[in-house]
Design a protein around this ligand. Sequence first.
Ligand SMILES: Cc1cc2nc3c(=O)[nH]c(=O)nc-3n(C[C@H](O)[C@H](O)[C@H](O)COP(=O)(O)OP(=O)(O)OC[C@H]3O[C@@H](n4cnc5c(N)ncnc54)[C@H](O)[C@@H]3O)c2cc1C
Length: 243
Amino acid sequence: MTHPSFMTTLKWAEMISQDVRHLAFAKTGEPLLYKPGQFISLHFDHQGQKLKRSYSIATAPNQDGLIEIAVSYIPGGPASELLFGLKPGDRLETTGPYGRFVLPDHSLKNTVLIATGTGITPYLAMLPELEKRIACQNAKVTVLFGCKSREHLLYGQRFIEFSKRFLNFTFLSCYSRQFPLNPEAFERRGHVQEVLDEIRCDPTSDMVYLCGNPNMVDDVFSRLKAQKFAIHQIRREKYISGT
Ligand SMILES: Cc1cc2nc3c(=O)[nH]c(=O)nc-3n(C[C@H](O)[C@H](O)[C@H](O)COP(=O)(O)OP(=O)(O)OC[C@H]3O[C@@H](n4cnc5c(N)ncnc54)[C@H](O)[C@@H]3O)c2cc1C
């Protein structure tokens, strides 16, 4: 399928941690049709070269029709420099939506959504759909989010509030560098790999989604394979640099 490009205009942006910027773009023409979990690509010129960088969409399709993303700052990275300097009214060439990192069409089984860093954004976009699935399909969903410290917990309140509303939804965050002195019940120490045992993913019933740091995705994938997970039970979105 071809993806014609369209122009997006930055409407607003805010820092959501010390190195992550959330940006909301308006699309010219019809609203973008996409499924929660998909990503867009931004195209721009850098030192005479045409570059492309991809970003997961952080919101479900909504009335505003805005396309929102969260970008982690990589010092010296061409897209990082561009997107952290972007001002409301600035325009970018965009293509998409892309990707199969979406919830299945069939009814949802027990599902474990694992992310590091901005890899949490597809799950944020999935929340309204998860709400329906939890209510209608009695699905059990766990989100496990890994980051450096509580200060890097992205959209934490959204997930915590969601977990308070739905008994079948569990949210856990884990911190690889700095653990709070007074941890909350949802906070764990270490990397996501170290919290996997607690979640006890079940190869006879569960679907597992992995998103973010490619090393984390590969490592957890290997562990799940060793636990007899079939490939079709694992969906992966690796935030590979510069594609
Ligand atoms: C499908 C897909 C979805 C993506 N979604 C998102 C998203 O939602 N949010 C987001 O922030 N990024 C996302 N990415 C990554 C994004 O596309 C860019 O690669 C990222 O923003 C860096 O681009 P850059 O031009 O600033 O730096 P690059 O030119 O890509 O990298 C500059 C240098 O930094 C290194 N580097 C790159 N990333 C990291 C890192 N995380 N940690 C340490 N060193 C690094 C590279 O190896 C390179 O040497 C996604 C990637 C893919 C493939």
